[in-house]
Design a binder for this molecule. Structure first.
Ligand code: G3P
Length: 219
């Protein structure tokens, strides 16, 4: 499973990238607005750090406007992927963009039917928002499982990005269910390699090593 970071923060992207396991970045208008910088130049900076796909979202509600914005965003860098909402207008824009060879990531996906239609329109990626479904007492991970089943039934190549990931269990379950990608906030990425038994084990090995050294010095 690929690992994307879900942020527009340069420091977080640089840190996660330094781990050597980062495959891409997803942003959205909320994440970019948190940074307060001019969005196109912020996206350019992000693309200079990460060579994998970087999702940048359109804000128009109509297909025509989405396609126009997609053209501007695509000029930033060749690794930009256009994030489009999972609406009827988003479908129209996706069809036009995919016919023109522009990659799209269909965001705000909350149902298997949305996921099937965006794939038919040629979406390169679909982003089911698992955490936001959990927030309304609906099992978010079930959506990933359903989409995986449907895509496999028809050999659909659209990649499933588990999005709105809130904790390590979302990440783990995404891998179990066969999501192609999990896009994860930095605060959760940091937790993925933590294990208290690893820390205890290291401490014990180092203590024993020190004891051995001291013992040898006394001989
Ligand atoms: O990947 C989508 C993400 O940015 C939304 O996350 O936590 O706002 O639901 P959240």
């Amino acid at each position: 499973m690929k690992l994307f970071i879900d942020t527009a923060n340069i420091e977080e992207i640089e840190k996660a990238n330094s781990y050597g396991v980062l495959d891409g970045v997803t942003t959205n208008p909320t994440l970019l607005s948190k940074e307060g910088a001019e969005p196109l130049s912020q996206l350019k900076k992000i693309c200079s750090i990460v060579k994998g796909p970087v999702s940048a979202e359109v804000t128009s509600l109509e297909a025509k406007g989405m396609v126009k914005e997609a053209g501007e965003l695509s000029e930033i860098s060749s690794n930009i992927v256009i994030k489009v909402p999972s609406t009827v207008e988003g479908l129209k824009a996706t069809k036009e963009l995919s016919d023109a060879g522009i990659k799209t990531n269909l965001t705000l996906c909350f149902s298997p039917s949305q996921a099937l239609l965006v794939a038919k329109a040629g979406a390169a990626y679909v982003s089911p928002f698992v955490g936001r479904l959990d927030d309304v007492s609906t099992d978010g991970m079930q959506l990933i499982e359903d989409i995986r089943l449907i895509y496999d039934n028809y050999n659909i190549a659209t990649q499933i990005i588990a999005a709105s990931v809130r904790h390590p269990i979302h990440f783990l379950e995404s891998a179990r269910m066969g999501a192609d990608v999990a896009t994860v906030p930095f605060s959760v990425i940091e937790k993925l390699m933590n294990h208290p038994l690893t820390d205890i084990g290291i401490r014990r090995f180092l203590d024993d090593w020190a004891k051995l050294k001291t013992g040898l010095e006394k001989k």
